[in-house]
Design a protein around this ligand. Structure first.
Ligand code: RB5
Length: 147
């Protein structure tokens, strides 16, 4: 068993979230899935808040948030103190989200036509390592912006 992660989505990404949950489990992660698994409409800021607050309780390696585009849910997550949510588009940005930004959340869009499989994009993040050094200095500056 690897680490623990938290996953939440709105109605715009029910299928994608299910694929991500299965993939993470296959990769050995314990997934705390907070829903929603049904297509009835929910508000993405509520799902972002749920998942981010759970993450901040501790014990999680990272979190995943999904909505129709990934945009709204990532904007909401990034309002929460301590959350660095990367709205990744491809394996390159996903790898850098870990190496440079040490993102603690990734966001995906269930209605987005990715050029790569989102699971490969997720793997690029999982398999990367934070580089520290000058990148930590920059993250410290992000934290300072939180006030
Ligand atoms: C919901 O219809 C949609 O607006 C939401 O999933 C997301 O795309 C917002 O950014």
């Amino acid at each position: 068993m690897k680490g623990k992660c938290v996953l939440a989505n709105d109605h715009g990404a029910v299928e994608l979230a299910a694929r991500i949950e299965k993939h993470l489990e296959e990769r050995g992660y314990e997934v705390n899935y907070l829903g929603v698994s049904v297509p009835e409409s929910v508000d993405y800021p509520d799902m972002a808040e749920k998942a981010c607050k759970e993450y901040l309780n501790g014990g999680y390696e990272f979190g995943i948030l999904c909505c129709g585009t990934g945009i709204g849910i990532s904007i909401a997550a990034n309002k929460i103190h301590g959350i660095r949510c990367a709205l990744v588009q491809d394996s390159y940005s996903s790898e850098k989200a870990k190496q440079h930004n040490n993102a603690n959340f990734l966001a995906f869009g269930g209605r987005v036509q990715y050029k790569e499989d989102p699971l490969a994009i997720l793997d690029a993040f999982i398999d990367a390592t934070f580089e520290g050094g000058r990148h930590q200095t920059r993250i410290d500056k992000i934290s300072a912006l939180e006030g």
